[in-house]
Design a protein around this ligand. Structure first.
Ligand SMILES: O=C[C@H](O)[C@H](O)[C@H](O)COP(=O)(O)O
Length: 306
């Protein structure tokens, strides 16, 4: 019965999009049979879109995030794209702002996949259609922020504890694009972002993982991330704890090795080091330009989208 309902809704959507239909979603799992048709039924409707950015009186730092985000959207969100991943953090609202500026018609056949609570709220409050990666395990393009990006486009992510879902959406994407301000553009990871590598761990294993980080992986300052407006540790969107593990700069020059060593520790769910995933990273600069680092080593300086 659920299957029939989905096909009816889907048929409506497809009839409105003869040239470029949404890809078929993954088969329905028996776990959430009711939610999916409801979510899908919004796609294809012309909804009034609302920008998430209300105040355009931006500081230089905020403006640089905006320049990076707008330019990346203009370069990588193509008219034919139907499934778009939306990352987390303070730069991503400018991505959504630019997508909203494309207009209701350009977005009516699109579905947007969030990397966590914050981006889900962003998508819904902007009037865009919400989906999930278990419905759409192949994404056309994912745009996401970063805490730091090195010369080979390896990056640290997870300053906001979202890196598990972010990595899933980065892997699911045909194209993964980073957007950030000038402070994140570094030669080697750990240069400006000093709290360490964010590590999501299952709660009952955190003490054991910390012990291993201190003594086996030689990160003596690794610590449990504590909440600011709540007593106790930060809890991720997945109900897990976060450890921040700093490593010396020399070891951060081979981020893949650090990432693999941490991931091997039992109890670790995901490591906030992303290697060989991004196609390009966009950095807004203080002078109003944008630096683009590509995964083939090219570096471009371009005028920002206005
Ligand atoms: O967990 C959070 C994410 O990885 C963010 O994308 C990252 O922390 C960058 O955030 P922001 O754009 O606020 O610097």
């Amino acid at each position: 019965m659920h299957r029939t309902l989905r096909l009816q809704v889907w048929g409506t959507i497809k009839s409105k999009s003869a040239t470029m239909p949404l890809p078929d979603p993954a088969p329905i799992s028996p776990v959430s049979p009711i939610i999916r048709p409801v979510v899908l039924s919004r796609i294809g409707q012309l909804t009034k879109l609302v920008s998430p950015i209300k105040d355009q009186n931006l500081s230089i730092l905020e403006r640089s995030k905006q320049l990076a985000a707008w330019t990346a959207v203009d370069h990588h969100v193509k008219p034919e794209h139907r499934v778009i991943g939306i990352g987390s953090g303070s730069t991503v609202p400018y991505v959504v702002e630019r997508i909203v500026q494309l207009g209701a018609e350009a977005n009516q056949e699109r579905v947007f996949i969030p990397t966590g609570f914050q981006s889900k709220e962003l998508i819904v409050s902007s009037g865009l259609s919400l989906g999930d990666v278990d419905q759409f395990p192949t994404i056309d393009v994912t745009l996401d922020g970063a805490d730091e990006v090195d010369h080979e486009l390896n990056c640290i992510k997870g300053g906001g504890a979202c890196h598990l879902r972010e990595k899933v959406l980065a892997e699911a994407a045909n194209t993964f694009i980073l957007v950030a301000d000038y402070r994140k553009n570094v030669q080697y990871l750990g240069t400006n972002y000093t709290p360490g590598v964010p590590i999501e761990v299952v709660p009952f294993a955190y003490a054991k993982v910390l012990q291993n980080l201190h003594h086996t992986l030689n990160s003596p300052k690794a610590s449990l991330r504590m909440a600011v407006k709540k007593a106790g540790p930060v809890v991720s969107d997945n109900g897990n704890f976060i450890i921040d593990a700093p490593f010396d700069l020399e070891r951060m020059k081979t981020p893949y090795i650090i990432m693999a060593q941490i991931k091997m520790l039992t109890g670790v769910v995901e490591v906030g080091v992303f290697c060989n995933m991004a196609k390009a990273a966009y950095f807004g600069n203080e002078d109003g330009s944008v630096t683009i680092k590509w995964n083939d080593g090219r570096v471009e300086q371009v005028a920002a989208s206005q």
